[in-house]
Design a protein around this ligand. Structure first.
Ligand SMILES: Nc1nc(O)c(N)c(N[C@@H]2O[C@H](COP(=O)(O)O)[C@@H](O)[C@H]2O)n1
Length: 223
């Protein structure tokens, strides 16, 4: 999969997604509404989980990534540290992404499995402006061209949901060195119904949203 071949998809024959607000936007790692609970922390998106996995040896950077409300901002904020990404990242990033998607599914079973099933048998493609590794880019004749590794992983997951859903009853940690979050070994994740934040997590979310809104209204005044 890491060396998935480059291919073209006819746009009108696939399920594609770009914005998280589109019908199939929930397939995007950036999509809100698929929270992940791990080691007592609430992680808002699979993108944040994936990006945090770059920095097992830098818990402060991991924390910064997982507490940020917006996954795009989290990714941007972690950009200065990209040079410190774990050295084997190129070898492990596809298994890490596969694991992140399984965790997203295991903890949001009803909603994410329903979304995957709603794609039917059509190819799934992330329609990306600039990333033809995880997704595919617009090409001539209404084609999308790229390696579409994320789309392929989603299709792989769809097949598991369809034919062997018990494989997602538990998601084992990856057998790679330093598979840790905030200094703790990542545990086996058990399938559960959609994650409901606990009281402490609700307080944390409310607090950070309130702080953000206060900052914003201050900026509004300054503008
Ligand atoms: N919405 C969006 N904007 C971008 O700029 C993107 N690159 C993506 N693609 C997603 O980014 C993740 C991989 O990021 P890196 O390889 O660490 O840059 C992955 O979730 C892609 O689906 N999406």
């Amino acid at each position: 999969m890491a060396h998935a071949e480059f291919r073209s998809y006819q746009r009108d024959q696939v399920v594609s997604f770009r914005k998280t607000t589109e019908d199939f936007g929930g397939l995007s790692n950036m999509a809100p509404g698929f929270p992940i609970a791990m080691l007592g922390h609430l992680i808002r998106t699979s993108e944040a989980l994936y990006q945090a996995c770059r920095f097992p040896h830098m818990p402060d950077v991991q924390r910064m990534v997982i507490v940020e409300t917006s996954p795009m901002t989290a990714k941007m904020k972690s950009k200065p540290y990209r040079k410190d990404t774990r050295p084997d990242w190129e070898d492990v990033r596809v298994p890490v992404m596969r694991w992140c998607l399984r965790v997203k599914l295991a903890q949001n079973w009803e909603t994410f499995s329903a979304l995957l099933m709603a794609t039917g048998d059509r190819p799934i493609v992330e329609d990306s402006r600039k990333d033809d590794y995880w997704g595919a880019k617009a090409a001539e004749d209404d084609l999308l061209a790229g390696r579409n590794v994320l789309g392929r992983l989603l299709m792989e997951l769809r097949e598991i949901v369809r034919s062997d859903p018990d494989r997602i009853a538990e998601v084992l940690p990856l057998d790679i060195p330093q598979f840790v979050l905030l200094g703790h070994q990542i545990p086996t994740i058990k399938r559960k119904m959609n994650v409901v934040p606990n009281q402490a997590q609700v307080r944390e979310l409310t607090h950070s949203a309130a702080k953000k809104s206060a900052r914003k209204s201050k900026q509004d005044v300054l503008l």
